[in-house]
Design a protein around this ligand. Structure first.
Ligand code: F6R
Length: 652
């Protein structure tokens, strides 16, 4: 079960939002873990502000090395707030950015030069000549000179007082990809394929993503007097573990920071989740053995030893740092049985509750036998990808199932796909002349724009409209396939999403109100929402925030007393096995049916715009994940199923 703010599994006395201290030292770099990126960013921004003010008092410049990407945005936002509200001045600040794509015009939408101006430089009082970003529009024969000059300029400025870093999924810092040497300087780099894949969303697909970048070298970074690396989200968890706990290796360039005397990692809980102190805290310090911790430890032990839970012995506990648990509970047998039963009770083929059955040990209530279920789907295909088997069972078991499609998902449709549809409508109308003038205008304008628009240009309103309609049609098709009337498909087009860019607006009152209205209309007994915090574009996270905010506001309404909320995970990650509170098994036939339901989303098949770093198609990811969950249950000693979808209950 998770609560509204996740509880940190650490000794008493920790203030939420404050760094957690580790008793033992698997960690070779000081690492502060915060409950979320916002609290963490505030701490980092304050350190930077203190440095700026201290240098001001000394009459000296503060020389900062800056990063781009999604991680530092919250730090910049806090610095801008301090500038506006707390008179933090940047007049004595000199900055050097880590990197820039090559080739890249500074005015281009994807340039880091433009990013920095939009996020920071244009919003504070830093003098125009004080900031530096490697120039992506140098002629090829001048790049290496430019790179040398860049390092020389940093040195001439007195070296970096402070270097801010993000970390790539492959461990890169700046664009020092795996293989970069510890003594490397500013230079032109070939980008790793995974880096290009991660950036491809900004460029409208992998083929259009630059292959090179100019980056400060590892040595340039390590020369900074202070280095702070930021990482948010589960996607960074394993590379963070490697960098913090692993060996220093060129295969994970962030691990070079182990050699720096004054480096700090500032990460959120999700990015910390693979660190020993989070994953197996009983190996680091004494822990409070509450039910959640016992479940976590037992599932871990069983999987690590490759032994079903019911076969774990006292010796296994003792040999693996769990003797105090044993001392507390008596013998392994009792603990094993208890946790085994708990896991067993999470499995149900009746996600809406089993009518006329004793529900004492079932995840869902039996009554009412026919429930109103509202599935929130951040994008038009998350319902089927992430919980298609459960969706189908709810329908087959005669619940009244509604889907709230939260965003239009329009930016994920490729231009040529949209043009195919626009041409179809225009040609159809030319032939039969049965359209509305407005529809023709939209499709004509869209077709025209799609034929002429450059690869990296933003979609016009008409193009977005066409793309949104394509995705709406696909979602309706899935609903028909699963067996609900299309009136039960509610397209909410949440406004925060409609920027036409990967970067979205912040959540607004209007977004929350749209969700509240749908919940009030349906008065659901069950709500399913994507509790997926590892979505690379952050849309799932915003959609979840919106759902939780709507629920918070509605929680005192009568119908809400009878409403249970279940969280599923999107395409990117699954709940930890110890967290799962409802596991819905699928037969081979059901897996196949789900696959066909996912295929209804043709625009998201075969070379999609937002592939991310995972080369598998969405249906493959979903199947692999559902099979993995079933496999884990089986390895823990429970029945063997073909696949399973997993849910965690959210409590008000
Ligand atoms: C950006 C940079 C990169 C990013 C890294 C993480 O200037 O140098 O190393 O910090 O790719 O990017 P995000 O923060 O977008 O995950």
């Amino acid at each position: 079960m998770i609560t509204e703010s996740l509880q940190l599994e650490q000794p008493d006395g920790q203030i939420p939002g404050a760094p957690l201290q580790s008793a033992i030292t698997y960690e070779k770099i000081p690492t502060h873990i915060y409950a979320d990126a916002k609290a963490a960013s505030r701490a980092v921004a304050h350190e930077i502000a203190d440095l700026i003010r201290q240098k001001q008092a000394e009459g000296k410049p503060a020389v900062l090395g800056l990063a781009t990407g999604s991680s530092p945005k919250t730090v910049y936002a806090e610095l801008v707030r301090m500038h506006r509200e707390e008179e933090l001045s940047f007049r004595n600040v000199v900055t050097f950015n880590l990197d820039e794509y090559y080739p890249m015009e500074p005015t281009s939408r994807q340039s880091y030069w433009r990013f920095m101006r939009e996020q920071l430089f244009d919003l504070v009082d830093i003098p125009a000549g004080n900031y530096h970003v490697p120039e992506g529009n140098m002629p090829p024969d001048q790049v290496s000179q430019h790179a040398k000059r860049y390092d020389a300029e940093i040195e001439a400025a007195g070296g970096l007082d402070f270097q801010l870093l993000g970390i790539g999924g492959n461990g890169h810092i700046g664009f020092n990809e795996p293989g970069s040497l510890i003594n490397s300087h500013t230079r032109l780099m070939m980008l790793d394929n995974s880096t290009r894949a991660a950036a491809s969303a900004d460029f409208g697909g992998l083929p259009k993503t630059p292959r090179k970048a100019i980056t400060m070298g590892v040595s340039s970074i390590l020369n900074a007097r202070r280095v702070v690396l930021l990482a948010w989200g589960e996607r960074k968890a394993s590379v963070i573990r490697g960098a913090v706990e692993g060996l220093v290796t060129e295969l994970n360039p962030a691990s070079y920071l182990q050699t720096h005397p004054n480096a700090l990692f500032v990460i959120d809980e999700a990015a910390a989740s693979e660190l020993t102190r989070m994953k197996t805290p009983w190996l680091v310090d004494s822990v409070i053995w509450d039910n959640r911790m016992v479940k976590k430890a037992l599932t871990y032990l069983s999987l690590a030893l490759d032994k079903p839970i019911l076969k774990l012995t006292d010796r296994d506990y003792n040999d693996n740092g769990m003797s105090d648990l044993l001392a507390q509970y008596g013998q392994a047998y009792d603990i094993n049985i208890d946790i085994f039963n708990q896991l067993q009770h999470t499995i149900t083929g009746w996600p809406g509750g089993k009518p006329n059955a004793d529900d004492t040990n079932r995840p869902e209530r039996a009554e009412p036998a026919h429930k109103r279920c509202l599935i929130f789907s951040p994008h038009p295909d998350d319902d089927i990808i992430s919980m298609g088997g459960t969706f189908q069972r709810l329908v087959d078991q005669e619940h009244d199932v509604h889907i709230g499609y939260q965003t239009s998902g329009n930016i994920a449709v490729a231009d040529d796909e949209a043009l195919r549809f626009a041409d179809y409508v225009v040609d159809f109308n030319d032939k039969f002349g049965i359209d509305s003038p407005e529809a023709t205008r939209i499709f004509r304008d869209a077709a025209e724009s799609l034929r002429t628009k450059g690869d990296t240009e933003m979609d016009s309103a008409e193009v977005r409209c066409v793309k949104g309609v394509i995705r709406m049609g696909e979602a309706k098709s899935t609903c028909r396939f699963v067996g609900i009337p299309v009136e039960n498909a509610h397209f909410m087009n949440m406004p925060f999403y409609e920027t036409g860019k990967v970067t979205k607006r912040p959540l607004s009152e209007e977004d929350v109100k749209i969700l509240m209205a749908l919940i009030e209309e349906i008065k659901p007994h069950q709500i399913y929402a994507a509790g997926d915090l590892a979505d690379p574009h952050g849309t799932h996270k915003v959609c979840l925030d919106a759902v939780l905010e709507a629920l918070r506001r509605l929680k005192d309404r009568d119908f809400m007393r009878d409403c249970w909320v279940w969280l599923y995970r999107g395409a990117w990650a699954e709940w930890g096995i110890h967290e799962i509170e409802m596991a819905v098994p699928m037969s081979p036939d059901q897996v196949m049916k789900k696959r066909l339901g996912i295929f209804k989303h043709q625009s998201q098949k075969d070379g999609v715009v937002y592939q991310g770093t995972d080369a598998r198609e969405f249906w493959q990811r979903a199947e692999d994940r559902n099979r993995d969950t079933a496999d884990l249950y089986n390895r823990l000693g429970l029945s063997e199923y073909e696949a399973m979808e997993a849910f965690v209950r959210w409590h008000f």
